[in-house]
Design a binder for this molecule. Structure first.
Ligand code: DOR
Ligand code: ZN
Length: 352
């Protein structure tokens, strides 16, 4: 990567955690993701969830068809995932691996977040044979790392997950590749940095740029509500240090999770921040805030492919130092969506 004063040129990045949804929303959001990223790991929490290889292949075809309706659609590869349930049969894993389409399996603890009702109630009790097969076939487990125990404070659910689930899981399956998705705490970052074996983490732009004050600044701000929820400043600082460190275990995963405006601004609003439209501008702002733009390429473009055993992309992108206003709303599926950092100005603009 070259860091000239006004331009940043880096190998084309990938998004290792994104929600593209389906239908009309998919049609809108896929172009945003494909404009900036060459590949993306696509989350399977549709209704109904993507639990089989056949469903993942069909979903991938819908994604490519949606992208093809855009003029000048860029080259883009959707890397698919399966949604793990208590009943996922172990023989699905060999099929998934063989397909070349499915690159990981996602663990949603039942009830943890959007469309997680069909998720796992007790991982080691119900999914031992599947985890064994994943370890054998080298198929990573992507973890929504929060306990669902209602007696645990919502701000502590990630840290408690490490003790209650992550440690026993990795003790029993030490060679299973695990991505601790969208980490939000110092405990999460420290665990990933120091754990033995094949462990990595994705980090979102919102968790690098904001702490939990953003949710309550001058009133209740639903567009900063996502899960896992934003934490205190010391955690944001730890995440920023991890993302910009020399460790190759941390990589880009936006967790861009579109919900139309009305679904966020209501009495029981949905969790999720929309960042696909301006993801690299957001990450550049975060890295620049600690003088670490020189670490952005490793985080965005190199560490993820290394973990997933995929080649790095052979094309490049350019970010330009230009003041960029983030729109208050974007049109989306005959509706509107409020992007992360709406109305704020950022110092960088993705130009190609
Ligand atoms: O904020 C979130 N939104 N967190 C998740 O885990 C799921 C996501 C969604 O699908 O909306
Ligand atoms: Zn997600």
């Amino acid at each position: 990567m070259t860091v000239a004063t006004q331009q940043l040129r880096l190998r084309r990045p990938d998004d290792w955690h994104v929600h593209l949804r389906d239908g009309a929303v998919l049609q809108s959001v896929v172009a945003h993701t494909a404009r900036q990223f060459a590949r993306a790991i696509v989350m399977p929490n549709l209704t109904p969830p993507v639990t089989t290889t056949a469903q993942a292949i069909a979903y991938q075809q819908r994604i490519m068809a949606a992208l093809a309706t855009h003029t000048d659609a860029p080259d883009f590869t959707a890397l698919m995932t399966l949604y793990l349930t208590d009943k996922t049969p172990a023989d699905e894993i060999a099929k998934a691996k063989e397909s070349g389409v499915v690159h990981a399996v996602k663990l949603y603890p039942a009830g943890a977040t959007t469309n997680s009702d069909a998720g796992v109630t007790d991982l080691l009790k119900h999914c031992g044979a599947v985890l064994e097969a994943m370890q054998k076939h080298n198929l990573p487990l992507l973890v929504h790392g929060e306990v669902t125990d209602p007696t645990i404070d919502v701000f502590d659910r990630e840290a408690v997950f490490i003790d209650r689930v992550m440690l026993p899981l990795r003790k029993q399956f030490p060679n299973l590749k695990v991505v601790f998705e969208h980490i939000t705490t110092k405990e999460g970052a420290d665990y990933v940095a120091t754990a033995e074996g094949p462990v990595a983490a994705t980090i979102t732009p919102q968790h690098l740029l904001y702490n939990r004050n953003a949710i309550f600044s001058g009133g209740l701000r639903p567009h900063w509500y996502c899960l896992p929820i934003l934490k205190r400043e010391l955690h944001r600082e730890a995440l920023l240090a991890a993302a910009t460190s020399d460790s190759n275990r941390f990589f880009l995963g936006t967790d861009s999770a579109p919900h139309v405006k009305g679904q966020k601004e209501k009495d029981c609003g949905c969790a999720g921040c929309y960042s696909a439209y301006h993801a690299m501008e957001l990450y550049a702002a975060a890295f620049e805030s600690v003088g670490k733009l020189d670490r952005l390429e490793a985080f965005a473009s190199l560490n993820g492919p290394a973990f997933y055993d995929l080649p790095v992309n052979d094309s490049f992108i350019t970010l330009e130092r230009t003041e960029t206003m983030i729109p208050d709303v974007l049109d989306m599926a005959n509706d509107q969506i409020v992007p992360l950092a709406a109305g704020e100005s950022l110092n960088w603009r993705f130009v190609e």
